[in-house]
Design a protein around this ligand. Structure first.
Ligand code: GLV
Length: 311
């Protein structure tokens, strides 16, 4: 029997669903809440936002699996046992969902959804002239499992897409740039900016006031990476001044976004409660069980995270 210590960061409301899904594939799995005393015997931890110090107490631990594509929540625990392999989820269904969210918010902005919704409330049947969007320049920051799908789908919609990453990926068929100088040049030359980067020490606060103010006037910013990658005050300033046309945000420095946060007062910032791509037990359970089986038979599982690179 494999004991899995589980924590979903949300009162463990999903534990039963995950357990059921796992049992369909492997009858030898048993779930226990990470905070329960019995979890100290667990060999596997399947966690999101686990309480600081708790994983270090699991002395039989052989594998930590992030309950999402991002792993930055793990680095917040100063006593995270770094000798244990960490695996992240890579799920084409989540990449697909996230790319749909990006396309939805981008097209809504480009086709003036907020304007027409407002006019509809006032029963006003009036037109704006249509924006020219053919080959509109879009920068996608982060072209891993998610960003590459987003970039490809936007290219197929006739946007002129450039992806930015640490290193080029020759298998990807869209234009790519790397390095700080290229970052600055993408910032100044693209009208749409989409952040899908993993949160690491080098991507923290990447989008500063200087960066937002260097974007072309009227630019639009989309963030489904992590809130900490942007200076939130700077984004608010750039939108408030009318330099940026607006932003669509799915991630925030503090989640849930406090009701006193000034973003709520800025109508040009659309706020989504971290729903762009939600982890789906049905589509990821197989890779979770495979990772467990790999580790238990002494092999290296897929999608192991490099703690130095932090993703
Ligand atoms: C969501 O933000 C995830 O990392 O899966």
């Amino acid at each position: 029997m494999t004991l899995i210590a589980f924590h979903d960061g949300n009162g463990n409301s999903s534990l039963v669903v995950w357990q059921k899904c796992a049992l369909k594939i492997d009858k030898n799995t048993s779930f226990v809440a990470l905070t329960h005393k019995k979890a100290e015997q667990a060999e596997i931890a399947l966690v999101w936002n686990s309480p600081k110090g708790r994983l270090a107490k699991l002395k039989q631990l052989k594998l930590i699996i992030s309950l999402g594509q991002g792993v930055d929540h793990l680095w917040k625990d100063p006593s995270l046992p770094l000798s244990i392999p960490i695996v992240r989820l890579v799920d084409p269904y989540m990449s697909h969902a996230l790319s749909q969210w990006v396309i939805a918010v981008l097209l809504d902005f480009l086709r003036d959804g907020p304007f027409y919704r407002l006019k509809r409330e006032k029963r006003e049947f009036c037109k704006l002239s249509q924006r020219e969007t053919y080959q509109l320049k879009v920068a996608v920051y982060g072209i891993g499992a998610i960003g590459s799908v987003v970039a490809n789908n936007l290219k197929n919609l006739n946007f002129s897409v450039t992806g930015w990453a640490q290193s080029k990926k020759p298998q990807l068929l869209f234009r790519q740039e790397t390095g700080r100088a290229a970052f600055q040049s993408l910032v100044t030359s693209n009208l749409v900016h989409i952040c899908l980067l993993p949160l690491t020490s080098s991507t923290k606060r990447l989008f500063t006031k200087d960066v937002f103010m260097k974007m072309p006037k009227g630019a639009y910013f989309i963030n489904a990476g992590r809130g900490e990658q942007i200076d939130e005050g700077a984004l608010l300033y750039a939108v408030g001044k009318g330099h940026l046309s607006g932003a669509a945000l799915d991630v925030f420095c503090e989640e849930p976004l406090p009701d006193t946060h000034p973003f709520w007062n800025e109508k040009k910032i659309s706020i989504w409660p971290h729903v762009a791509a939600q982890t789906n037990p049905e589509t990821v359970i197989e890779q979770i069980i495979e990772a467990i089986q790999a580790v238990k038979s002494g092999c290296t599982p897929k999608n192991v995270v490099n703690p130095i690179q932090q993703y």
